[in-house]
Design a protein around this ligand. Structure first.
Ligand SMILES: Nc1ncnc2c1ncn2[C@@H]1O[C@H](COP(=O)(O)OP(=O)(O)OP(=O)(O)O)[C@@H](O)[C@H]1O
Length: 248
């Protein structure tokens, strides 16, 4: 069976710097795939290539069998592959619900239909209490949730999240993990860039590890955390022992 997203031999160069070097992997429909790696590994660049923000130097990206390489972001989003940004940028002067509405208008021409979708996403992301607040007045944790709600409102088939769990408190983190699980049960496929391996462990069906632009490992989280190269490049011995103890 064809995967929903297929990345093939993707290379992205900035002058002489190779941010993504011949990266290939698949994202199967209905799964959660985590993308991890140290700072500068090339995770955000890969997201930017897939979502059309950057045009890759070489390689191909297929979405639902369609070659979307070098397509502009709005065309990729219309096909159903939507991303959030690491630096959240809500429309600060607009209310929370209006920000979500902006997303909902991608697939709903009438205000009533768009409002129905927006209200559902507001609820799903537990933002009801903040519905009429100015987006600019929200805390960073709430802004991240708003960003997620706005992306969801576009009714994506593939949702790509860039560090939506960064900076969250313990309780917020648990809520975020539950929320992503919930999104998955709605049939949305997720590609998630995340630094917090503990958050990804119970969530991801598969993890792809980048280091210096190169894919160094790919597999179920339980396997990847024991991979020697991943431990050396990213996780460190301490971390991997801690996880093993957690499971024991
Ligand atoms: N627009 C750009 N122009 C030049 N170099 C860039 C550009 N974007 C990214 N890079 C470089 O590409 C490399 C990969 O960066 P990228 O942001 O993709 O890594 P990352 O894995 O997302 O890191 P982080 O975890 O810090 O977000 C880095 O060396 C970065 O400096």
């Amino acid at each position: 069976m064809m995967a929903l997203l297929e990345v093939r031999d993707l290379t992205m160069k900035f002058g002489s710097l190779v941010a993504n070097n011949d990266v290939s992997f698949d994202v199967e429909e209905g799964t959660i795939v985590g993308l991890i790696g140290p700072n500068g590994a090339g995770k955000t660049t890969l997201f930017n290539c897939i979502s059309g923000v950057y045009k890759p130097t070489s390689g191909k990206i297929f979405y639902d069998g369609v070659d979307i390489t070098k397509w502009p972001p709005h065309k990729v989003a219309r096909l159903g592959a939507v991303r959030t940004f690491q630096i959240v940028r809500p429309l600060n002067d607009m209310s929370v619900i209006d920000n979500i509405l902006v997303g909902a208008f991608l697939r709903n021409a009438s205000i009533d239909a768009a409002l129905d979708v927006a209200e559902a996403c507001l609820k799903m992301c537990h933002l009801e209490d903040h519905r009429n607040k100015r987006a600019g007045s929200l805390t960073i944790g709430l802004k991240k949730r708003l960003e997620l709600a706005r992306a969801l409102a576009t009714q994506p088939r593939l949702l790509m999240l860039d560090e939506v769990m960064a900076g969250l408190t313990g309780t917020e983190l648990k809520e975020a993990v539950d929320l992503l699980r919930n999104i998955k049960t709605k049939g949305v496929t997720l590609l998630v860039v995340e630094h917090i391996m503990e958050a990804l462990m119970p969530l991801a069906d598969k993890v792809v590890v980048l280091d210096g632009g190169v894919k160094i490992a790919e597999g179920p989280p339980s396997e990847v955390v024991q991979n020697e190269r991943v431990i050396a490049a990213y996780l460190g011995e301490k971390f991997s022992n801690r996880l093993r103890e957690m499971k024991a």
